[in-house]
Design a protein around this ligand. Structure first.
Ligand SMILES: NC(=O)c1ccc[n+]([C@@H]2O[C@H](COP(=O)([O-])OP(=O)(O)OC[C@H]3O[C@@H](n4cnc5c(N)ncnc54)[C@H](OP(=O)(O)O)[C@@H]3O)[C@@H](O)[C@H]2O)c1
Length: 281
């Protein structure tokens, strides 16, 4: 099945494009999802059966003061794309986030739980999901959490594990937030699952994350352990860090619709093995 990826310069998009093979990925420079003519042109010329939309405005804190940009990329863009896909009879697979929830439940969130975003980013992503499914009810919207990949998110200054490794060089213990739980999900494991579900014809909203839940401090300790780095990690509260955007304390997802992926710790190990191989002289 011919598939293409938009937003192919990012963490997830670059991995999906790698799996799909040469010529499948289109970066922001090549096609902007907020430009309806560019979207229509690529769909008309390539006529794929499936489109993966990995384009997003992911700067969670900056979105608080850049609301228009966040909504343009995360809601208008997916809406353009879904309407164009519907016109061309192409199936869309779109990605969303655990940040659509407020994180007050004491169990992982499933697809039927009520979203209540705390941040502009979360609200813009929720609007994107709704607009995609309004325009193309047969589309698949995959909510995921705490992605990390071989290629980091440019807007976040690299992937979380890479940023931890680069901060670890200073000798001081790292201060990492401990009261926000997520499912750390390696894009190397998510991409093949997304591809399989995209091809399967599954419709609507689905949660796809690595199994298990961890605080960011726990993830940071696991990253350092993978590389046998002795730097300590001090867990701090969200209040102490004072980030501009509120985040869900419980950002953990589970699915009532599909089988779980492997444990997050295994995904992290696979990431570390690939990273070590790529950086070996
Ligand atoms: N990262 C996470 O922890 C996380 C967690 C849950 C869900 N998600 C969701 O998973 C998906 C993939 O995230 P990711 O981590 O791979 O993001 P990412 O690394 O930040 O990549 C996003 C890509 O979108 C591109 N982009 C921005 N505006 C665009 C536009 N108008 N048209 C086309 N491309 C545009 C960016 O290009 P430029 O950099 O050149 O602008 C970037 O390459 C997103 O839907 C995100 O909301 C991510």
């Amino acid at each position: 099945m011919r598939a293409i990826v938009l937003g192919a310069g990012g963490q997830l998009g670059s991995e999906l494009a790698r799996v799909l093979g040469q010529g499948s990925g289109f970066t922001h420079d090549q096609v902007s999802v907020v430009d309806p003519d560019a979207v229509d042109a690529i769909l008309s010329s390539l006529r794929p059966a499936l489109v993966f939309n990995c384009a997003a405005y992911n700067a969670v804190d900056r979105a608080e003061s850049e609301k228009d940009l966040a909504f343009a990329v995360n809601a208008e863009g997916p809406s353009n794309l879904a309407r164009a896909c519907a016109r061309h009879h192409i199936r869309l697979v779109h990605f969303s986030t655990n940040f659509v929830f407020d994180g007050t439940l004491d169990r992982p969130y499933v697809e039927s739980d009520e979203p209540a975003p705390l941040s502009v980013y979360g609200a813009s992503k929720l609007a994107g999901e709704q607009r995609v499914l309004d325009a193309q009810p047969a589309a698949l919207v995959i909510r995921t959490s705490a992605l990390f990949g071989d290629k980091g998110s440019a807007i976040k200054g690299g992937s979380f594990p890479d940023r931890i490794l680069s901060r670890a060089g200073g000798g001081e213990p790292l201060r990492v937030v401990a009261d926000q739980k997520v499912n750390p999900t390696y894009v190397g494991e998510l991409a093949p699952v997304a591809l399989e579900l995209g091809e399967s014809g599954l419709e609507g909203l689905v949660h796809i994350v690595a199994a298990g839940c961890a605080g960011w401090d726990e993830l940071a300790r696991a990253v350092l352990a993978e590389f046998h780095i002795a730097t300590g990690v001090e867990g701090v509260s969200s209040a102490e860090l004072g980030a501009p955007a509120p985040r869900p304390p419980n950002g953990c997802l589970a699915s009532a619709r599909v089988a779980p992926m492997g444990p997050w710790r295994e995904g992290l190990h696979d990431w570390a093995v690939r990273r070590a191989a790529a950086t070996r002289p």
